[in-house]
Design a protein around this ligand. Structure first.
Ligand code: SF4
Length: 738
């Protein structure tokens, strides 16, 4: 590996400038291992330099197709979050939540869980226990937890924090194209001449992908166009030819209007539609109601701009669309995804170089979770709990009796915490996530923890807002301390080498689960002796499926990432799907899906007149358990904030820097105000990273937990609030979560 590591460090700055630093002589003495950044779904390849059991340095992997050596500030500072004083090194247990945690042996902790879970399952049935997992687990962890719960404990109650970020993309792809996942690849960015960025602050949330789009635009500014749709004018809009600051939640109206224009202007690809799609006749009459003028009134943007955006997309030689939480975190998230895909199907902008819809996953292995059945309605290999033939196939590989897998989908994230709160679920085991910051409507989540009989948390750090509420905490090995695989946003599977040993007694999550399975008397099915052995078993469940990885081995992945499907050892990789226009629905045609614009679940009113939307800042990751420990990242955005338009701030006597309170029907959060014209009037924005361990800027105390009826993804991007300057009303009081 040393030769590969002899590259200058390339870090993309917020300004877009690339800063290069050559390796020092000391760094050349490090041992270098190949891995992947554990933060966002871009899945940048990294080289990990270690010495004496410590990670000393990372470099962008110049050979990884996601980033070709480039990293953002989060990836560049990874070593600083590995060796911290709050790392968990032994299991911790306590008899009651009033007591302090005590160190325990692995046997003691796992026996305690096994005894309690056996009793709960005996007394209340298997659906009285649940796992809540994370898109940051590796594929092998995901596979084991699904096998354990769905195949052996008898419950489908395994859901993931990925439910909060990309479930609507899954249901969008499945309903429109017949199967999950983006059809294209990152290499399409350099081939596209039109980009639609909708509901994504790509510059902040997927910085390396944004840098590729920015470079593409800057290299051919007259030929390449960019349309950005977002109620907040972020740095993503800096490269826009057309910027559409729509009212939050009105994307369906906008996308329908764009397709209305395309149809009116005779820009439909009739040949493609006739050969490869169905159900246009259902969509066409609905589009009549979405003229640019009608949509402009709903979306709060100019009709001419909608028309311009539509023509840029339809006339492009090759057009890509990117989106993330702005579309997905909605009670109409599936509809929004379908409407984006409708645009591509109507113009033939799919299944060829430089063209296609491309959802950006938020987490490093959200895709791997989808593949291994890491949501409550899924089984490994893109199979469904509700489909009998899928259950039979999985039961066969797992060696359990026919009918063992419950036909009823398990509880999704919000449902799961509701079920804990009302006592239907008695115990939850949380792996690799911090729901006491990231879930919506935290007062409900707090009630859920209070009601739970037994809360188990696997984490790398303690305390977090969630470990504080646990009965048992188990120390997990983290990035660089174990091996395994992840799949990034472009379906590329990468292998992560182990660079160093985990601290103390910490173990990879899959090993913790296998030890627990043995404590439950399930030795034979969980006798895995390596991550590779798990991968080989999981592979069997992809045979003949759309994501067939029969040709993928650890040996091949150690050379380079592979994009699925890759069904045979001689198969190279699949950059693009549907290149022949054959989609995954029976009959091979993609479906147009018609959706009317509908308002979000909780609209502003006289009592709560503003819309609250939430999101991320560039240099923090999720709930700050890792990036919050990196001084250089904290320096860039040290304090939480609330953005408010001057037209909303002035009548309330609020000025820049004032401490203000956001109230909703569910709770409140506090932060300093940023008065800015970059946000749509009537809307306020708060990042969701800050939790109760860092003060009162806990925005998810206010957010709503209404969900999309299909994807069950909660509407974290929209709820009704009012704001007050601190000192007025009840604003000054804190609100404990823990
Ligand atoms: S955070 Fe995302 S963009 Fe940044 S280095 Fe990691 S994977 Fe790449």
């Amino acid at each position: 590996m040393a030769a590969d590591a002899r590259v200058a460090m390339q870090v993309v700055q917020e300004s877009g400038e690339i800063v290069e630093t050559p390796l020092t002589p000391e760094e050349l003495q490090l041992t270098w291992n190949r891995s992947v950044c554990p933060y966002c779904g871009v899945g940048c390849g990294v080289l990990v330099g270690s010495k004496d059991g410590r990670v000393r340095k990372v470099r962008g992997d110049p050979n990884h197709p996601a980033n070709y050596g480039l990293l953002c500030g989060k990836g560049a500072t990874l070593p600083q979050m590995v060796h911290t004083p709050d790392r968990l090194t032994t299991p911790l247990i306590r008899a009651s939540r009033e007591e302090d945690f005590q160190r325990a042996s692995w046997d003691e902790a796992l026996e305690r869980i096994a005894t309690r879970w056996q009793r709960i399952i005996r007394d209340h049935g298997p659906d009285a226990v649940a796992f809540y997992v994370s898109g940051q687990l590796l594929t092998e962890d995901y596979y084991v937890v699904n096998k354990l719960a769905k195949g052996f404990l008898g419950t489908n109650n395994v859901d993931s924090n990925s439910r909060l970020c990309m479930a609507s993309a899954v249901s969008g792809y499945v309903t429109s194209l017949g199967a999950d996942a983006p059809p294209g690849c990152y290499a399409d960015i350099e081939l596209a001449d039109s980009f639609l960025l909708i509901g994504t602050n790509t510059a902040a949330c997927h910085p390396v992908t944004f840098e590729r789009i920015r470079r593409r635009k800057l290299r051919a500014p007259a030929r390449v166009n960019v349309v950005v749709v977002d109620p907040r004018k972020t740095r993503t809009a800096d490269i826009a030819d057309v910027y559409l600051p729509i009212r939050p939640g009105t994307d369906v109206a906008l996308l329908n209007a764009m397709l209305h224009v395309i149809a009116r202007e005779g820009l439909l690809d009739a040949r493609y539609m006739q050969r490869h799609t169905s159900d246009w006749e259902r969509l066409q009459p609905l589009l009549e109601r979405y003229s640019p003028d009608q949509a402009a009134a709903i979306c709060g943007v100019e009709a001419g701009q909608i028309r311009k955006a539509a023509l840029l997309f339809a006339k492009a030689r090759a057009a890509m669309s990117f989106w993330s939480m702005g579309l997905n975190q909605s009670t109409h998230g599936t509809a929004k995804n379908n409407c984006v895909i409708n645009l591509h199907l109507a113009t033939g902008q799919i299944g060829r170089p430089g063209a296609g819809p491309f959802s950006l996953t938020g987490q490093p292995n959200a895709m791997g979770g989808r593949e291994t059945g890491g949501l409550a309605h899924l089984l490994p290999g893109h199979r469904f709990v509700a489909k009998e033939q899928d259950r039979r196939a999985v039961e066969g590989v797992w060696g359990v009796s026919e009918g063992r897998i419950n036909a009823k989908p398990g509880l999704t994230a919000v449902e799961l915490f509701n079920a804990l709160a009302d006592g239907r679920v008695k115990s939850v085991w949380i792996l690799c996530t911090n729901p006491m910051v990231s879930m919506p409507n935290l007062s409900m989540v707090r009630q859920a923890f209070a009601a739970a009989e037994l809360v188990i948390v696997n984490d790398i750090y303690h305390p977090t807002e969630t470990t504080q509420l646990a009965d048992i905490i188990l120390p997990a090995a983290q990035w660089s301390e174990r091996d395994g695989t992840v799949t990034n946003s472009e379906r590329a599977i990468s292998y992560l080498e182990q660079a160093i040993d985990p601290p103390g007694e910490a173990l990879p999550d899959w090993q913790i689960l296998c030890r627990f399975a043995r404590a439950m008397g399930l030795e034979r099915a969980f006798a895995f002796d390596s991550a590779e052995a798990i991968y080989e078993e999981y592979k069997r469940l992809t045979h003949g499926q759309d994501l067939d990885i029969g040709g993928v081995t650890y040996r091949r992945l150690k050379q380079a990432p592979i994009q699925w499907p890759c069904p045979t050892p001689g198969h190279r990789s699949t950059m693009r799907r549907y290149t022949g226009g054959v989609f995954a629905h029976p009959g091979g045609k993609a479906h147009f899906i018609a959706h009317e614009y509908e308002t979000p679940a909780e609209m502003p009113d006289a009592q709560f007149p503003l819309i609250l939307t939430t999101g991320r800042v560039r240099d923090q990751w999720h709930t700050m358990t890792r990036t919050g420990k990196v001084p250089v990242l904290m320096k860039k955005e040290p304090e939480p904030f609330i953005e408010l338009h001057p037209a909303d701030a002035a009548p309330l006597g609020i000025a820049e820097g004032d401490l203000i309170v956001v109230h909703s029907r569910r709770g409140q959060a506090q932060a300093a105000c940023r008065v800015t014209e970059t946000i749509k009037p009537g809307t306020c924005f708060m990042p969701f990273h800050w939790g109760s361990l860092r003060g009162e800027a806990v925005v998810n105390r206010a957010t709503v937990d209404a969900c999309d009826p299909i994807s069950k993804q909660p509407e974290l991007k929209f709820c009704a609030v009012r704001v007050e300057k601190m000192g007025h009303g009840a604003g000054g009081k804190g609100q404990a979560d823990a």
